[in-house]
Design a protein around this ligand. Sequence first.
Ligand SMILES: [Zn+2]
Length: 348
Amino acid sequence: MNTFFIEFRDPLFGIIIFFVLIFIITFFSYWLARFKKKEDYRHLDRFLKQFSTLPSKNELKVLITKGELSEKSWILLAHSYTKNGNFEKSIEIYNELLKVGDKANYRDTLFLLGKTYFKAGFLERARQIFLEMLKNNPRTPQALNYLLLIYEHMRDYSSALDILEPLDELKKDIKIDSAYLKSMLLLNDLDISTETKVNELLEIYKSTNRLTYLTFEYIFRVNPKVAWKNFDNSKVELLVDILWNIDKKDLNFDIIMQNSYLRELYTAKGYIQEADKSSTFELDVLINLNKSVNATLSFEYICDSCKQVYPFAFNRCSTCHSIDTSRVELSLTKDYHKDFSEENNSFQ
Ligand SMILES: [Zn+2]
């Protein structure tokens, strides 16, 4: 029986104890490492969760009041919220900074708040902010510029024109703004006849030699004869989309025959056969294309000042706020209108 037991003093007993100890230590260190790893993941989950939800208004208030982040960091954060279109959070930050922030930065923060209200479309609130700024610092051209844009968006062109006076006193160039706002005031006045509008628009256009698109888009729409009479051949490429869409009955072939670009344009359209090639790639393709192929021109509009591309024509760029900087770009596309009219004819 004794052969199954190992004596206490037996060297084999020591070796067994040694291996048992190694096993226990390995076992515990394995479980400790596993537990720690799990805790790490949980900590990371808790950390990342903070960023998946935005801080509430009260959380922001506490965070800003604590002063752990500098005012500049908060402004940078608000700016990135604005960039991502989250105007609400950005406005909350600016409002809180105005309450607890450094008084030396009050005017700058107020300006940023007004700008964000304007971008978010809260025009009345933005107007109040800029008026408050100008009450204390009337010689602030940036605030005057925004106030002008706000009135323009509100279609209150007379008030927008009033802003030009202090801007002029600050030696800012107001020539194009003045011509543009006068033209917009004219076009939106329901009491003025179309004929008067056409004459006065032409007067503004001739005095500045700008606003070609705004002027001719309106005149070609209401009185193509007058538009052709005052047509400037050097501006033809600025108006290519308007010219492309004019009804055939409203064309002035005497003028078209004198201008090579117009001859190419209307040959590409299929109205005349007066050009066999063009230096403009899109027109050249259309001139030499089999007429049974459904292809036409499409247009997009690039701001010459900030290079922003728009699918529609504009007189003032909504990104950089420059006036009369739109440039038309041509491209070839499928003629859906032709498809549609052919389908309709097949049902008759
Ligand atoms: Zn622009």
